[in-house]
Design a protein around this ligand. Structure first.
Ligand SMILES: [Fe+2]
Length: 391
């Protein structure tokens, strides 16, 4: 048995931002609330959306206080703002945080209580209905937040989520034109995050034929275009392929789940504030250096999708070529390939190991089990930049 969940409608392709009007009309909305962060407003992307709304005489309000990995105080402010306003449709535009805040506000504005009441680990209330219609418009190619039902919040020393299919977008609008101005480092980090979603979903114990199809397609599109998208940001074809790859990776991992890379990356974000995409990227080769023997056949398929396979390779050689291919990709897009380059020290490894070992939900999806010493060894190898490559 497998189950597949996705938003009701997904638009993708250059220029699909303009579809937003048809969607607003479809939901008979009279006023829109937009959630965005100051950075995306400053580069003029929100202005493009506002211009489309003005041309079509659609009233809107703009909540511009979204911050990366938003704390509860911002999330609650976003919900309260919507409760006090007469908007009847929500648009989130930006990176993952703006989309997460928009999902949360659309649903919680129509429920009682605060954001913390609905958190996964400590909440006491359950969501009852999907709230206001929501349109999510990503401006990076990476998080997959436009097609998932997860909203992530920063607490004092850790993170927690609200997750429920009621948070899913009614409409996702994935327009690669909105990513053209992303700088190389963000393109690299979000792109490798998307690749990580695809490869972790593909090797997840919860993978299904549908998630496998999407994941392999995503790996191929991202691997073949990420270098060009990073270093030649205005290359429309590379941006379009990366955008589609990220969307397919998002649909795949939302249904099959992510695993060890994300489990070990979370403490790097929590303790050292390393951005999500970069903390995944730096660990990605070392995790697959550890788990490849448990999924050799799938690693061979990934080698083909990465473009590192040749017909004279044994399956084992193909799996090892995959690990090397991942390392080279991270290196080629300019992300550090060892934890030492992020300033992590040997003395930090115990805390990182303890925190990662608590991520049992994520670790449980890995095709190869993790003991606490396995996690410690992976951190040690990634600190020093040492791949085993089957030796
Ligand atoms: Fe991720």
């Amino acid at each position: 048995m497998s189950k597949f969940i996705s938003p009701l409608k997904i638009f993708s392709g250059a220029g699909v931002l303009s579809e937003v009007i048809g969607e607003i009309q479809y939901y008979h909305a009279s006023k829109v609330m937009i959630y965005a962060d100051p950075g995306i407003i400053q580069v003029g992307i929100v202005k493009r959306l506002e211009n489309i709304l003005k041309e079509n005489e659609i009233a809107y309000d703009l909540f511009s206080e979204v911050v990366p990995e938003p704390p509860l105080i911002i999330a609650n402010k976003a919900v309260d703002t919507l409760r006090k306003c007469d908007a009847d449709l929500v648009i989130g535009i930006g990176g993952g945080s703006s989309l997460d805040i928009a999902k949360t506000a659309a649903v919680l504005s129509q429920h009682e209580g605060k954001v913390e009441d609905y958190l996964n680990l400590t909440g006491t209330k359950k969501l009852l209905h999907k709230g206001l219609p929501k349109i999510l418009i990503p401006t990076t190619s990476g998080t997959g937040a436009e097609v998932t039902d997860i909203a992530v919040f920063s607490l004092e020393t850790t993170k927690d989520v609200i997750t429920d299919p009621l948070l899913l977008a009614d409409t996702a609008i994935v327009d690669p034109e909105l990513t053209y101005s992303l700088p190389p480092r963000i393109t690299a980090a979000t792109g490798v995050d998307a690749l990580t979603h695809a490869i972790e979903a593909y090797t997840s114990v919860n993978a299904s034929p549908l998630t496998d199809t999407l994941a392999l397609d995503a790996i191929e599109r991202i691997a073949q275009n990420i270098r060009t998208a990073v270093w030649h940001g205005t290359n429309i074809e590379a941006r379009t392929e990366l955008s589609l790859g990220s969307l397919h990776a998002g649909l795949s991992f939302y249904n099959a789940g992510v695993a060890g890379v994300h489990a070990l990356a979370y403490p790097l974000g929590g303790l050292f504030k390393i951005p999500h995409g970069e903390s995944n990227a730096v660990l990605l080769p070392y995790i697959f250096d550890y788990i490849w023997p448990s999924c050799v056949e799938k690693m061979k398929r990934v080698a083909k999708a990465l473009g590192v396979y040749s017909s004279n390779m044994t399956d084992r050689e193909a799996a090892i070529a995959t690990v090397q291919g991942l390392y080279h990709m991270v290196q080629d897009v300019g992300i550090p390939t060892s934890l030492k380059e992020f300033g992590i020290k040997e003395s930090d490894i115990n805390q990182l190991t303890e925190d990662a070992f608590k991520q049992t939900r994520l670790l449980g999806r890995s095709p190869k089990p993790y003991g606490i010493n396995d996690i410690r060894t992976i951190y040690e190898r990634s600190l020093r930049g040492e791949l085993q490559l089957g030796r």
